[in-house]
Design a protein around this ligand. Structure first.
Ligand code: GLV
Length: 324
């Protein structure tokens, strides 16, 4: 008998076909998460599942899933899963690191450039047929080249962002819980500073941290106060890393100049006041959303699931302790 697996939301056909060859698949054909009660019901008799970052897996749900052996998340971040609770039950958790680094870094730059050069606002202006011709002082934005970029979190994605900054001839600062090796600092031309200095010095601050209890509201009132009033904040990591209400206040009071956001504290809700601000660019959590990358992520999740259910160590196991 084939192992029973759940695919919690719509997935690429190519991936679905492979999974159907190996498993008894219970799939959700919709691109909307199953309501918690349904998710629980459908996971009850499954040995494995492919889930997305909008599916919440908590301890309570796991108590209803005695057969579950692996949860394969289609995302690099896995803050939607109570990993400790999974480990206690011997359930493997996997993610999809690496394949999205360049795509996410590209998008970070798209957000940064769009915010600095007011591209979305200008597009709205032109479409509303308000443009009457070239003006010397219309849509003045901020230069990006030769400015100071502050990267919070120089992990895989942060490093790709730094690499791209060299093309803009920027001064790159970074802060993290630990320094990267000297040869990497040299290669990326990235200078380690403490968080306070980075916030005070940078023209653009971009966040590339995982969401942990320690990084919740990493940017809040106090941090926003340290930033220049010409600074632009970019977040393509996880929403709760920024205190969204504090950000709204800082933007309203002109304490910082703008923000480019791909993620929000209470997705899919967005602080209503952000929607009315011209100096923010808002994207619906799409930093890794290129055709190539999202397909790779889904394929990688399928490979993790297949390995785990065949009794092999999944290539991207997050909770190593269940394997020992
Ligand atoms: C997307 O946000 C991811 O974590 O992969």
């Amino acid at each position: 008998m084939k192992p029973k697996v759940l695919i919690s939301q719509k997935i690429f056909d190519e991936v679905l076909t492979i999974l159907k060859e190996q498993f008894d698949v219970d799939g959700n054909p919709l691109e909307v998460p199953l309501p918690p009660v349904q998710l629980r019901e459908r996971l009850k008799d499954k040995e494995g599942a492919i889930i997305l970052l909008t599916d919440r897996i908590d301890e309570e749900l796991l108590t209803h899933c005695p057969k579950l052996r692996i949860l394969s998340n289609v995302a690099v971040g896995y803050n939607n899963i109570d990993v400790e609770a999974c480990s206690r039950r011997g359930i493997m958790v996997t993610n999809t690191p690496g394949v999205l680094d360049d795509t996410t870094a590209d998008f970070t730059w798209a957000l940064l450039l769009a915010t600095a050069r007011r591209i979305v606002e200008a597009d709205r202006f032109l479409r509303s047929q308000k443009w009457s011709g070239w003006k010397l002082m219309e849509f003045l934005g901020f230069d990006v080249h030769h400015k100071t970029l502050g990267i919070c979190g120089l992990g895989r994605i942060g490093q790709r962002v730094a690499r791209r900054a060299k093309g803009f001839e920027m001064r790159t600062l970074y802060t993290d819980i630990r320094r990267v090796p000297p040869h990497l600092e040299e290669e990326l031309d990235a200078h380690f500073v403490e968080k306070r200095e980075l916030l005070q010095e940078s023209d653009f601050i971009t966040l590339h941290l995982p969401l942990y209890p320690q990084t919740l509201h990493y940017i809040s009132e106090e941090e926003l106060k340290l930033m220049k009033n010409t600074a632009i904040l970019i977040n393509a990591s996880r929403g709760p890393i920024v205190d969204e209400k504090a950000l709204v206040r800082a933007l309203k009071e002109g304490r910082i100049a703008g923000a480019g956001l791909d993620v929000y504290e209470r997705e899919p809700e967005v602080e209503p006041e952000l929607l009315g601000m011209e100096n923010v660019v808002l994207a619906p959590h799409i930093a890794s959303a290129s055709r190539e990358t999202r397909l790779k992520m889904a394929m990688m999740a399928a490979e993790n699931l297949m390995a785990g259910l065949r009794g092999k160590r999944p290539p991207n196991l997050v909770n190593d302790e269940v394997w020992k």
